[in-house]
Design a protein. Sequence first.
Length: 637
Amino acid sequence: MNKIPQIAVIVAGIDEEYQQAVLDGIFYRAKEKNINILCFAAFGGVLANSRYDCGEYTIYDLINYKKLDGVILLDNTISDQSVRSKVIQKVIDSGLPAVAFDSSDHPEFYNISIDNEKAMKEIVRHVITAHGARTLNYVSGPLTNPEAAARYEAFLEVIYEYGLEIDDRRIFFGEFRASDGRAAAEAFLSSGLPLPDAVICANDAMALSLCEELNKNGISVPENVIITGFDNTYNARHNSPALTTVERPLTQSGAKACDIVLDLINGVPHGKTTYLTASPVFSESCGCPAHEPDDIAVFKKKAYKMINRCRNDISLLNRMTMELAETETAASNIRAIEKYVREIRCEKFSICLCSNWDTIYKSEQEDTDEIKPGRYTDMMTAPLILENGESHSVQAFRSTEMLPEPLETGGNVCCFFPLHFREHCLGYYTITNSLFPIVSMLWHSIILNISNSFENIRKLINLNSMISELDKLYVNDTLCNIYNRNGFIRAADSIFNECKAAGKMLLISFIDMDGLKLINDNYGHKEGDFALQRLAAIISNCCGNRRICARFGGDEFIILGSDANEGDISELESSFNKYLENTNRVINKPYTIAASIGTIVTSIDSDINLFNLITKADSIMYENKKKKKTSRYLRHE
C-alpha cells in the first residue's frame, strides 16, 4: 500500500476571500488526489494587539516537518515580517518540496505567480485614458508583501509613463485590511489636498471600506471620485457601485500548487515558476457599465443562504458565550464546548491542551519588556474529540504527532488553530473535513470565546489554589506544622458540639513549654524554634484519630479529643512524657526540651463553653508548672 502524502498548508486570515479562494482549490484537489492536507492557520494582525498576535502565530511552531511530504506556503498572507521570515526559513531548512505564491525572492520554492503588474497597469491606464483622471491617490498593502510591492511599482510606472506627479501625502500604506480603507479615507480627507480624481487600491477590501467612508462624508463614487480595487471578490462584484477590479485565478492557483507538490513528491520535475494571468474587470466604480455576475434569482438564493447561515452562527456564538461564562471547572467547560461544537458541520473536532495549560504563568516581564510567546509542551492531552457525533478523549500524546489520533485514510483536510490567551499558549484546535472555518464569518469569534473560557478556568483553578494556600496559612502554624489558634477554634467547634449533643466526654490538655526563654537566650532563637518544633511533633504523636492539637500561642499548645474517659488522662500524660524523654535522648542537645501539661476529661453542661474548659486545663497545667524549677532543664557542661 502506497503511503498517503501529507502536505502542510501555512496561511493566515482564512476568513478573507483571497485565502478562501486559494484554499478552495487546494482542498478540492486534495480530495480528488487522495492527499491529506494539514492546514495551519492563524488570525494574526486582526485585532491590532501584538500580544494576541504573538499567541496566534505560535500555531506555526506546532508544525513537525519530519511528518510531512510537502508544503504549500501562503506567506504573503502573514503580515508580521519577522514571523514570515521565521516560517520561510523553517520550510527551507526542512528540505521538503514547497510551493509559494508570488514569492520570487526565495528561489528555494516553486513559485506560482499571478501577473499583478500587468493587470494593475491596465487598471491605472484605464482610469487615466478612459476617464481622464490626472490626480491619483494610492492605498497600498505592506511593501514587505511581494504582491503589494509589485502592484505599487506598477502604479508608479504608469504615473511616470503619463508624466503625472504624485504627492507622498496621496499614498497610504496599510495591511490589506478593510480597516486600512477607512484609515486611508481619513488621512486623505484631513491632508488639506484637493480631492483626487481616482483612488487606486491594492485590494478590494480596502477599496470597499474606502468607498463606504467617503460616502459617509458626502463623496459619491464614481461621480466625485473613481475607486478601483484588486481581486474581484464576491463583495466587490455585488457592491453598489460594483467595483472596478482585477480578476485573478486564485482557485486555479491553489489547485495548481497541490498538483506541483504532488508531482515533486513523486519525482516529476517542474519549472521553478508557473505563471497565471490576471484580467482587469471594468465596472461601475470607475464609471463603466456593470457586468452582472449572477442571475438575480441566483444572487437572491446566495444572499439568503449567507444571511441565514450568519444568523444561525450568531445564535450559536451567543448561546455558547453565555454558557461558557458560567462554567467553573475544566470538566464543565469541556461539556459546554461539546454541546455547541455538535452544531458545527464537521467530521471531527478536537481540543488539544498543553500539559501545563492550567498552571500559573511565569512573570510576564522578567528583566525585559519583550513579548515572549508560550510553547507547546512535549506531551499534550485531548480532553475532547468529537467524531461523527461520538465523543471521546486521548489522555496523552506527543505534540510532535500534531494530531491526537492519526489519519487513517487519504483525502482529508485537517485545519489547526491556536488556543491561547494573549501570548500564552494553552493548546490548539483541530477540525477535519469541514468548510465551517472558511464559510462562517464567526469562526474566529467562536474559537476566541472558547480560548477565553479556558483562560477563565485556568484563573479559577489557580485562584482556588491560592485561596486554599491562604486558608492553610490562616489555620496552620507554619513553624510547627500543626493548627494555630484559628485552626483549632474552627476544628474544635465541631468536636465540642458533637460531644455536647451526644453526651460524650471531652478531653482537653493544655501544655506549656518549660524554659524556652533560657534556650533562646543561651543558644539562640534558631535552637528555640527547633525545640518548639520537636515539642509540637511530640504533641502531634500523642493525638490519634479522635484528637486534634494546636499551637495556641507562643510556647502554649493544646490537645482536644472526643469520646474520652478518665483513664485517658494518665495514658496521654504518660505517653507525652515518654516521647519527651526519647526525643531528648535522640537529639542530644545541651538543653532539655520540657513542658508542663494539665489534662481534664469532662462532660459538657448546657451552660458551659469551650473556653471555660480550656481555662480549667490551663489552671491544672499551671499548678504542675509551679512544682518545677525551670533552671534544672539546662545542662551545664
